[in-house]
Write a protein that binds this ligand. Structure first.
Ligand code: RB5
Length: 148
């Protein structure tokens, strides 16, 4: 197992079941899954979980991260407040490929109340199966980073 295969997962209460499905799916592909999300279904606050997952990626403990909440939006916003994080919320596989290929996203966010499990796993596969194309896109990603 290489360090580049380590991925952090988290969510709020709205996405516990889907987070588990994602964890099982990517663990079966050989990823080392660091699941730091809540285990119990009690209501919790997505900013806490988005920030914690983002910090694991920003610190270099994990190469990539996946976060989930009801819409995927709130936890994505929280993750993106951590310097060095580029997190996109995706409801389709094309967007998930493009945030890796063009934006060098290091985190993916999914809305458990927006997409079903099958679609979510397709999105995850597209995200994890795509590399950053660099080239002209690197200039633009560097410009994002200058705003951190
Ligand atoms: C929780 O009810 C819900 O607001 C949260 O999961 C998320 O959708 C926020 O963006």
């Amino acid at each position: 197992m290489t360090a580049s295969k380590r991925i952090v997962l988290s969510s709020d209460h709205a996405a516990i079941e889907l987070r588990q499905a994602v964890a099982d799916h990517i663990a079966a592909q050989g990823w080392e899954v660091v699941d730091i999300g809540p285990k119990m279904p009690e209501s919790t606050h997505y900013p806490i979980h988005g920030k914690a997952a983002a910090q694991a990626v920003a610190a270099g403990d994990c190469h990539l991260g996946i976060v989930l909440c009801g819409t995927g939006q709130g936890i994505m916003m929280a993750a993106n407040k951590v310097p060095g994080i580029r997190c996109g919320v995706c409801s389709d596989a094309f967007s998930a490929r493009m945030i890796r290929a063009h934006n060098n996203a290091n985190m993916l966010s999914i809305g458990a109340r927006v997409v079903g499990e099958g679609q979510a796993l397709d999105i995850v596969d597209a995200f994890l199966g795509t590399e950053f194309e660099s080239g002209r896109h690197a200039t633009r990603v560097d410009m994002i980073e200058e705003n951190d």
